[in-house]
Write a protein that binds this ligand. Structure first.
Ligand code: SF4
Length: 182
């Protein structure tokens, strides 16, 4: 079975790839993340995926950046931005998977305890129906700590915020608050 793995970043991919391989599935990575801001951060994450793929002998497909499209989709709908962000990334993944003859698609987003898994599951399954390809749902969160260990071991770049400009602001504000309360 050919499986296309939407890859948000290398650290999350470490454990998800390991887990899929244990199930007998050999994924192709699909790096498509128009949400990531700024471009310098995007390039760091892309480079980390490239390095990880080389180490693990994985094929990677790189999508276009697409920041303008992302911002057009979320502006004035910032409170609902994560659903839009999941939809954008997974629909492109499902479309590519369908066109290239994959039988399954899934995402490394399912590893993160900071993501909304139920929303991702619903969107993935809906897209699966639309594109006639199965969405493989797994709750990979039990592997989150292991992914941190693996990415440290491999010397991979680890980001400090989810990806978009809004999440960058939130993460910086939270760090500021933490420092003030010390
Ligand atoms: S917080 Fe993360 S998932 Fe939500 S919109 Fe921003 S980058 Fe996407």
């Amino acid at each position: 079975m050919k499986i296309l793995l939407h890859t948000c970043c290398a650290p999350c991919a470490t454990f998800v790839v390991k887990s899929l391989r244990e199930e007998g599935l050999e994924p192709t990575l699909f790096f498509y993340n128009p949400n990531i801001h700024p471009l310098a951060e995007y390039l760091l994450r892309e480079e980390a995926v490239r390095a990880f793929a080389q180490k693990e002998n994985l094929e990677v497909i790189y999508g276009e950046y697409g920041l303008r499209q992302f911002l057009r989709e979320v502006v004035f709908r910032e409170d609902n931005r994560c659903s839009i962000c999941y939809y954008m990334r997974l629909s492109k993944t499902a479309q590519y998977a369908r066109e290239q003859g994959f039988q399954l698609f899934t995402t490394t987003l399912l590893l993160s305890p900071y993501q909304k898994l139920e929303t991702i599951r619903q969107i993935g399954e809906q897209l699966g129906k639309e594109f006639g390809i199965s969405f493989l749902y797994r709750d990979f969160r039990f592997g989150y700590r292991e992914s941190i260990r693996l990415s440290r071991e491999l010397g991979l770049y680890r980001q400090k915020y989810c990806g978009c400009i809004y999440s960058e602001e939130e993460a910086l504000r939270q760090r500021e608050e933490k420092e003030k309360s010390r």
